[in-house]
Design a protein around this ligand. Structure first.
Ligand code: Z5A
Length: 212
């Protein structure tokens, strides 16, 4: 069981289009912050290791079908099941770097026919609110140059364009847009400076609730 630290960790989420480099940057950032003596852990959603996550993995890899509303709720449940762990780590002073969160949940489901963004938000109302969402942006040309889409569900250009439009609608003042059309190292250096500032600013602020 983690104890409560004087200064809490920061909750920093990465969102962005496919191939924008979220996973690459999250990994480098966690390593760099720990090297600087800032206790940091990585998380990613979906977390495919849990029972719920395994169902989601089967769905994303097209091994099974799950009704659209139901799978939306599963993605959300996959976040809620991590909340006790997230809160206890943050309270113990550990910063969390999270690769995708509820914003992906809303942006992807709302890109499907017949889904309303407000409905999509409801299951995630009350989750720990990120101190900052780092939103990586990339031109369609550069994203294409980084490789073709894989075989997973949702990996189609037209669908991804709708997802990007939805991300734009979700932006609020806690979002920070970062142009990802740079070398991995240049982008990492920029993000490292940004995150160190967030960690300093967030330590004494209470953790808030998302969309409430
Ligand atoms: N989903 C959902 O529907 N509902 C939800 O609630 C949640 C998610 C949470 C999960 O995919 C899918 O689930 C996702 C959303 C949906 N569907 N899609 N599409 P995932 O998280 O397992 O994988 P991903 O997020 O789709 O990965 P990605 O977006 O394709 O990649 P990325 O993390 O942004 O980029 P990367 O893996 O770091 O890099 C991609 C490639 O580019 C790789 O070859 C790198 O070496 C290269 N790269 C990275 N950075 C650079 C730079 N700066 N220059 C050149 N090349 C680079």
């Amino acid at each position: 069981m983690s104890s409560t630290a004087e200064v809490r960790g920061a909750l920093i989420v990465f969102e962005g289009c496919d191939h924008s480099g979220k996973t690459t940057q999250c990994k480098k950032l966690v390593a760099a912050l720990n090297e600087k003596g800032i206790k940091t852990e990585a998380m990613r959603f979906p977390d495919r290791t849990t029972t719920i996550g395994k169902m989601i993995d089967g769905y994303l890899s097209n091994k099974c079908e799950i009704e659209d509303h139901s799978v939306h709720l599963l993605f959300s449940a996959n976040r809620w099941e991590m909340v006790p762990k997230m809160k206890s780590m943050l309270e113990a002073g550990t910063t969390l770097i999270v690769d995708r969160y509820a914003f992906s949940g809303v942006a992807f489901t709302a890109a499907k026919e017949g889904f309303d963004m407000n409905w999509c938000k409801q299951p995630d109302v009350g989750l720990p609110k990120p101190d900052r969402v780092i939103y990586l942006t990339l031109s369609t040309e550069e994203a294409a140059a980084r490789g073709t889409f894989g075989k997973e569900r949702y990996e189609q250009t037209e669908f991804q364009q709708k997802v990007s439009t939805n991300f734009e609608k979700l932006k609020d003042p806690t979002w920070q847009e970062v142009e990802a059309d740079k070398s991995i190292e240049d982008l990492h250096r920029e993000i490292l400076v940004i995150t160190q500032n967030i960690i300093e600013e967030s330590g004494h602020k209470p953790l808030q609730q998302l969309w409430s």
